[in-house]
Write a protein that binds this ligand. Structure first.
Ligand SMILES: [Mg+2]
Length: 265
């Protein structure tokens, strides 16, 4: 049987006509119940209207670039084995190392930043563009969809990435932009620069605690890149912010956007 295909306006007219011709014995409550049933069946058979997508904001490390920083090793080097283990068990969705350091006294903090910078430098030497990233950016270009970038890495790393990648992201906000992810501020800043609403933007990243949290707090759509399926683990079942979409490679994003969003520029 063909699905009911009444536009909201047509349905409203029909409802009014039906209401006008209700016989007196036909109680209002009964009419309301029938009317609700019709509305529900219409909702379930009519196609949902696709949301408009006008911009995509990417995380950098582990999303546009292949993960090269050994984060657990970096956390251990900064925190020490014992503190690392205790913080890890208290925050199952991940450690916010920059946040922990901010509470430390200046000399200890300085040392920690040096250790982090060292790990990041090693990462830069081995920087590789994520498979599918160039194709996805080409697709977004073809649809005139804006591309932004938010990273907790330093500006130097973003500049180097731009040089090697050959495609630009604008705005590209690094750690120097405060407050950084998971605060929604950088994403809201990009939306206002683009003059679009957060619900017209998607944040794509490989971190639940930074990228998905930042995106959801800003009111944007979020897509988690989970290459290994690590977020399927039960420890992530009750996290506060869940992604709207999940992919295991950037190659899947293209069709996800086409089938779920209105990509008219
Ligand atoms: Mg990342």
């Amino acid at each position: 049987m063909a699905p009911l295909n009444l536009s909201p306006l047509k349905f409203q007219t029909d409802t009014l006509m039906l209401q006008a011709s209700i016989p007196p014995l036909f109680s209002r409550a009964l009419f309301k119940s029938i009317s609700t049933t019709i509305t529900m069946s219409l909702q379930s058979t009519s196609k949902p209207i696709k949301s408009r997508l006008r911009g995509v904001v990417f995380d950098m490390d582990g999303t546009l670039t292949v993960p090269v920083i050994d984060f657990p090793a970096m956390y251990k080097a900064v925190l020490g084995e014992d503190q690392y283990l205790s913080i890890k068990s208290a925050s199952p969705s991940g450690i916010d190392i920059l946040h922990h350091i901010e509470q430390w006294e200046p000399s200890k903090q300085q040392k920690a930043y040096e250790v982090i910078a060292d790990f990041e430098r090693q990462g830069l030497d081995r920087l590789q563009v994520m498979p599918g990233a160039a194709e996805l950016c080409g697709f977004l270009n073809s649809r005139n969809i804006r591309r932004g970038l938010i990273t907790r890495n330093v500006k130097l790393a973003v500049d180097l990435f731009h040089e090697r990648f050959g495609m630009s992201f604008s705005p590209a906000l690094s750690r120097e932009f405060r407050p950084y992810k998971p605060d929604p501020a950088p994403l809201l800043h990009i939306c206002s620069t683009w003059e679009v609403e957060p619900h017209e933007v998607m944040m794509i990243g490989d971190s639940l605690k930074d990228d998905v949290a930042c995106g959801k707090r800003a009111g944007a759509y979020t897509c988690l890149l989970d290459e290994t399926g690590r977020y399927d683990s039960p420890e992530y079942a009750n996290v506060e912010h869940k992604p709207d979409y999940k992919v295991s490679s950037l190659d899947q994003v293209h069709s996800l956007l086409e089938s779920n969003f209105d990509l008219t520029p």
